[in-house]
Design a protein around this ligand. Structure first.
Ligand code: IDP
Ligand code: MG
Length: 138
């Protein structure tokens, strides 16, 4: 079964929206195969978002992502990567489709509530970033 890496970002945790986000994700048919909460260190956030190094928002992004606890989750479903990207919506909450997580709860293009892997290849890498294999095998 296909898997993706989801992150409930610090603005979700800070506003105590974790439960609502998890309910929403489960109601959309995703299974949570693994979950953990942690606060990223700066170097960890920089490594996770390495593809964005050099962009104007990189420093703000990694500061924001280290500003408080996050929840990282391995989600499972058919067509998981693509379907979860649909569920979270456009990067910018203002442009996100109605009924998506970012439209419902995102604050702005940076504090946009949730992360979802953008390809199967990246999903595998991002899952391995947060979870040892033993935690996600059934
Ligand atoms: P994605 O999360 O929808 O895949 P990416 O372009 O991969 O979007 O950007 C990663 C994260 O960086 C976004 O989720 C958001 O938190 C932040 N970000 C992206 N573009 C901007 C921007 O133009 N200004 C500030 N933050 C941004
Ligand atoms: Mg991305």
């Amino acid at each position: 079964m296909d898997r993706t890496l989801a992150i409930l970002k610090p603005d979700c945790t800070r506003r105590k929206l974790t439960g609502k986000a998890i309910d929403f994700i489960l109601e959309k048919g995703f299974k949570i195969k693994a979950i953990r909460t942690l606060t990223l260190k700066k170097e960890e956030a920089e490594a996770f978002y390495a593809v964005h190094r050099g962009k104007p928002f990189f420093n703000d992004l990694t500061s924001y992502m280290t500003s408080g606890p996050i929840f990282a989750m391995v989600l499972e479903k058919q067509n998981c990567v693509e379907d979860f990207r649909k569920v979270i919506g456009h990067t910018d909450p203002k442009k996100a489709e109605n009924g998506t997580l970012r439209k419902l709860y995102g604050i702005n293009i940076q504090e946009n509530f949730v992360h979802g892997s953008d390809s199967e290849e990246n999903a595998n890498k991002e899952i391995a970033f947060f979870f040892p294999l033993i935690e996600i095998i059934t």
